[in-house]
Every structure is written in structure tokens, then in C-alpha cells.
Design a protein around this ligand. Structure first.
Ligand code: GCO
Length: 257
């Protein structure tokens, strides 16, 4: 018997970057919990497949989709205005969209930096800024920003990514500071190492995969569906007095040296 505190039946959710990877797993979990999930992506084929898969996981009907570049503030504003007109103001916003670029620091150029900051940090600002005023007007809302163990840790070749994910945690706290008074809770989930497309090269690298298992107390990569429980907590009334917080879902990685 699930406590009604965790009930998100009928809630409207928007998950950015949900045509594949962690975003698709998060969207599927919300649909399985009874939410009406709007999917977002840029690849029309991936989005169509995701719409059908999430539909099967939830209501049976293909999930609604929106397609725009989260790094283009105007496109975000225009497309989310249409979403709100068609579906209403989301109850749950998951800022998941993000990219990864890996290179030694001295090999990054301004374009790489700008792309990673825009894709991982500015995108969360652009999308939230279009949705939270409507949440404030309604007097309720849940924003979950997706951080990373790299919000707190660093490793070679991903300095821009870590900077962007560190910014996501401080954006989370800043949004919580301004929005909690409107009964909008803003929190973050920070995944550890998960087997997703973004990490395919790492999973296939036996040495790196061995390092992940040795560095993680759970001694394994995470499975995308293992993020869903934390998401439902932060997306439901169970977290009504939780704001500005970050939860690492990382098999214990950030708890140890
Ligand atoms: C990397 C990985 C990591 C993790 C992600 C977990 O290159 O080390 O992409 O960044 O997958 O950050 O949250």
C-alpha cells in the first residue's frame, strides 16, 4: 500500500531531454506512477518511440511531445507557451536535458564551453523561467533539476560539465529561495554513474568501468530506473517542506574518498 503522500496520479509533468537516457527513464517512472507526462527532445524518431513507450507504461495513449532547442531562449518561450495553452501549467518540471563533452582542459575551446553551459545550466533557467510564474499563480509546483556527482566531484576531461552541474545545484538553491513562498519546491537529484547512451564509451571501457565499480560502494553502475523513487518523492506531497536540497543517487560514491 503506497502512502497517499507519494500519489502523483493525474499530475502534469514535463521532462526535458526525455526521448532517451535518464530522461526517458524518469518520464517512464512518472507515467507508471500515474502522471500525465509531456516528453521533450529534438530527434523526432526518438521522440516518437519514447512517446509510444511512455504511453504503454502509463495511460496507454502515446505521451504528448514537444520538440525545441532548450538552449534557444526564444524557442523555449514560444514552445512552452503552446504547451501551457494545450495542457496547462505543469505540476512537475524535471530539468534533465544535458550534454557531455570530454577533453583535456587545454583542448576545450569557447564553443565547447558555451555549448555545455547552455545545454546543462542555461537550459534549466530558460525552461523554469517559462513555467514557474504559472506555478506561482496557481500556488503550487515541483521543480527537480538534474545535477550530477560532478556537481561536487571532479575528474579529468570534464571541467566544463562539472562547472555546469555545480551551477545547477546553486541554481536549485537560488530558485528555492525565491519560489518556496509560492509553495513551489525546487530540489535536485544528482546521479552517479549510470549506464546511459551518454556514457556508452565509458561503459565499454573495461578499465573505466572497473574504476566505477571500485570507486562506488555499491560496486556497480546505476540503473536508470533506480532514480525514479527519489524523483517521485521530490515530485509529490511527501516533499512539501523540502526545498533547495540535493539528493545524490550514486551508490554511495560521494560519501567516501
Ligand atoms: C563522465 C560521466 C559523468 C557521469 C555523470 C553522472 O564523463 O565522467 O559522463 O559525468 O555520467 O556526471 O552524473
Amino acid at each position: 500500500m503506497t502512502s497517499p503522500l507519494f500519489d502523483i496520479t493525474g499530475k502534469l509533468a514535463l521532462v526535458t531531454g526525455s526521448s532517451r537516457g535518464l530522461g526517458l527513464a524518469l518520464a517512464t517512472g512518472l507515467a507508471q506512477a500515474g502522471a500525465k507526462v509531456v516528453l521533450h527532445g529534438r530527434d523526432p524518431q526518438a521522440l516518437t518511440a519514447a512517446s509510444e513507450a511512455v504511453g504503454r507504461a502509463g495511460s496507454g495513449e502515446p505521451a504528448p511531445t514537444v520538440r525545441f532547442d532548450v538552449t534557444d531562449a526564444r524557442a523555449v518561450a514560444e514552445n512552452l507557451a503552446v504547451l501551457v495553452t494545450e495542457h496547462g501549467v505543469p505540476d512537475i518540471l524535471v530539468n534533465n536535458a544535458g550534454i557531455q563533452r570530454r577533453a583535456p582542459f587545454n583542448d576545450f575551446d569557447a564553443e565547447d564551453w558555451d555549448a555545455v553551459i547552455a545545454g546543462n545550466l542555461s537550459s534549466a533557467f530558460y525552461v523554469s523561467r517559462q513555467i514557474t510564474p504559472g506555478m506561482a499563480e496557481r500556488g503550487s509546483g515541483k521543480v527537480i533539476n538534474i545535477g550530477s556527482v560532478m556537481s561536487q566531484l571532479a575528474r579529468q576531461t570534464i571541467a566544463p560539465y562539472g562547472a555546469s552541474k555545480g551551477g545547477v545545484l546553486m541554481l536549485t538553491k537560488g530558485m528555492a529561495a525565491d519560489l518556496a513562498r509560492y509553495n513551489i519546491q525546487v530540489n535536485a537529484i544528482s546521479p552517479g554513474y549510470f549506464k546511459t547512451e551518454m556514457n556508452t564509451a565509458l561503459v565499454q571501457d573495461a578499465e573505466f568501468s572497473g574504476w566505477v565499480s571500485a570507486r562506488t560502494p555499491a560496486q556497480r553502475w546505476g540503473l536508470p530506473e533506480e532514480l525514479v523513487g527519489t524523483l517521485i518523492f521530490l515530485a509529490s506531497d511527501a516533499s512539501a517542506y523540502v526545498s533547495g536540497q540535493n539528493i545524490f543517487v550514486d551508490g554511495g560514491m560521494t560519501a567516501i574518498v
